[in-house]
Design a protein around this ligand. Structure first.
Ligand SMILES: Cc1cc2nc3c(=O)[nH]c(=O)nc-3n(C[C@H](O)[C@H](O)[C@H](O)COP(=O)(O)OP(=O)(O)OC[C@H]3O[C@@H](n4cnc5c(N)ncnc54)[C@H](O)[C@@H]3O)c2cc1C
Length: 116
């Protein structure tokens, strides 16, 4: 059987996770698939980027995800399937504050469970 051809445009987290999930499903269902991931920049990751500045390690975009509830558990399990469990750092309870910038003011996010 000829392989199905898939083009994914963009190598940010959306494109990378789409490629990962498609490969996983195709492998499970034994569907031949050839995926081409097209990225305009010279690196993958899109807006997500980690860099060192002076004494600090900084994140240019996402540095956290919600680890509680059904979706959060999936995210934690997904990290496990990539062998990243040991690298997750749980947010310190005393610094676990989230705000949404609304009407030019930071508004506290409702409290929820674990976050990484
Ligand atoms: C400051 C900041 C903090 C954030 N914090 C969090 C957080 O704590 N938790 C959280 O869950 N989310 C957070 N987010 C949101 C999260 O980072 C983004 O939603 C997510 O990274 C977007 O990923 P993406 O792949 O959809 O898009 P992008 O990261 O924008 O990736 C798109 C990619 O497509 C490429 N591209 C575009 N057009 C083309 C083309 N025509 N051909 C080829 N390549 C193309 C681009 O070069 C880029 O690499 C934050 C975002 C910001 C900016």
């Amino acid at each position: 059987m000829n392989a199905h051809l898939v083009a994914i445009i963009g190598g940010g987290i959306s494109g990378l996770s789409t490629a990962y999930e498609l490969s996983r499903l195709a492998s499970r269902e034994k569907i031949p698939l050839r995926i081409t991931l097209l990225e305009a920049q010279d690196r993958f990751g899109g807006v997500i980027r980690t860099f060192d500045q002076e004494r600090f390690t900084a994140e240019a975009a996402a540095d956290a995800f919600y680890g509680g509830g059904p979706w959060g558990s999936e995210a934690v399990e997904f990290c496990g399937s990539l062998g990243l469990s040991e690298e997750l750092i749980e947010a310190s309870a005393s610094f676990r504050r989230f705000y949404i910038f609304k009407n030019k003011k930071p508004v506290p996010f409702p409290q929820y469970g674990r976050s990484f």
